[in-house]
Ligand binder design. Structure first.
Ligand SMILES: CC(C)(COP(=O)(O)OP(=O)(O)OC[C@H]1O[C@@H](n2cnc3c(N)ncnc32)[C@H](O)[C@@H]1OP(=O)(O)O)[C@@H](O)C(=O)NCCC(=O)NCCS
Length: 145
């Protein structure tokens, strides 16, 4: 498996298949995808892209740190789950965003993915809340030291 930086458009098909099944591809274009500070990572097996993750320089009012990145669009193709690909993307990404003066990563985790985020060192904060058309979520964060 190899992890590489990828372009926003490389993420869209996996986002659609995993995160927005049956919905238009345009629902997979996220705000700030094209921004310079945004980092998109992909895990490849041979030449096949199997897992994606994106980091956005975006502050949540729930945290005081000024060096915050938001993690979004975490998705691994079903046949490749539970084999460490998302964890590898995070391990690759944390030092890169840290170099960009980030000391805290947060995400709106799907409730079904909370245990994944706990395993990679995130903590929960606050109550669950609903994101329209997607479902219940939990704000989670991890300090990057
Ligand atoms: C959540 C997701 C991105 C994790 O990807 P992955 O490549 O399977 O993750 P990893 O293999 O690195 O998992 C690391 C650990 O978390 C566990 N894990 C992964 N997804 C999990 C989940 N949804 N619930 C509980 N544990 C999970 C793995 O089994 C593994 O455990 P281990 O260290 O004991 O072996 C993937 O399951 C997915 O695409 N889910 C559907 C989309 C989704 O929910 N995305 C997150 C939106 S917030």
């Amino acid at each position: 498996m190899r992890v590489r930086q990828i372009s926003p458009s490389d993420t869209y098909l996996i986002r659609q298949q995993v995160l927005r099944p049956g919905r238009d591809i345009s629902t997979c274009y996220f705000k700030d995808d094209e921004r310079d500070q945004t980092l998109h990572l992909g895990a490849f097996i041979d030449k096949k892209l199997v897992s994606v993750a994106s980091f956005y320089f975006n502050k949540s009012s729930s945290f005081e740190s000024i060096g915050q990145y938001q993690l979004r669009g975490m998705a691994t193709l079903p046949d490749f789950r539970g084999q460490g690909y998302s964890s590898e993307l995070l391990k690759f990404g944390f030092p890169l965003i840290k170099r960009n003066f980030c000391d805290l990563v947060w995400c709106n985790a799907r409730v079904s993915a909370i245990d994944f985020y706990k395993k990679v060192g995130f903590d929960s904060i606050g109550d669950t809340f609903d994101i329209q058309d997607v479902g219940p979520h939990q704000l989670m964060y991890k300090k990057i030291n």
